[in-house]
Ligand binder design. Structure first.
Ligand code: HEC
Length: 148
């Protein structure tokens, strides 16, 4: 039994990505732009939650659409910031795509007032936050390191 538990533990850590500090090596300029983006997304998620619990699908659609379109690549980044971000590991962009894919689904679901699909896609977004933070932001959210 003990062996089995150990094996399951080993397998589950094997599929979890190792913490990666690549983001801390970005220039201050690029990193600050990225952090500003994160804060924008954080307030957006709060507003969406309030929109959902108050039945305001229109508001959810609007803000989810903003997050979908918000990728830092498309906003205030200069070419030199873009070049720098491109050096981040591929997995970072997989998580980012999950976040923006979830936002896109949420905007669609809200447009059709599909409450169940709205909850599913909101959760998909939350899942992308935690996965990316547990891998690429343990310097900022160090509690993820305790989970292992
Ligand atoms: C693709 C990866 C990725 C995804 C997806 C992601 N984050 Fe982050 N987030 C980071 C990284 C990396 C940092 C740390 C940035 C740093 O220290 O420079 C961070 C930092 C933050 C911060 C702190 C910003 C600061 O000023 O220190 C907040 C708040 C945040 N994220 C919210 C969210 C929320 C909410 C979501 C999901 C809706 C999310 N993030 C999704 C990678 C991600």
């Amino acid at each position: 039994m003990k062996k089995l538990i150990l094996m399951v533990l080993l397998l589950s850590t094997a599929v979890m990505a190792e913490p990666n500090q690549a983001v801390t090596k970005l220039s201050d300029e690029t990193r600050n732009l990225f952090k500003a983006e994160m804060s924008f997304i954080k307030s957006g998620m709060d507003e969406i939650l309030y929109g959902m619990i108050s039945g305001d699908d229109e508001k959810v659609q609007k803000i989810a659409g903003e997050i979908r379109d918000s990728f830092i690549f498309t906003t205030s980044l200069k070419p030199r910031n873009v070049e720098e971000l491109k050096t981040l590991p591929k997995q970072f962009f997989t998580f980012d795509a999950e976040l923006h894919g979830g936002a896109s689904e949420l905007a669609n679901a809200a447009e059709f007032n599909d409450k169940e699909a709205m909850k599913d896609s909101y959760f998909k977004m939350v899942n992308s936050c935690t996965k990316c933070h547990a891998t690429f932001a343990t310097h900022r959210f160090s509690r993820f390191l305790d989970d292992e």
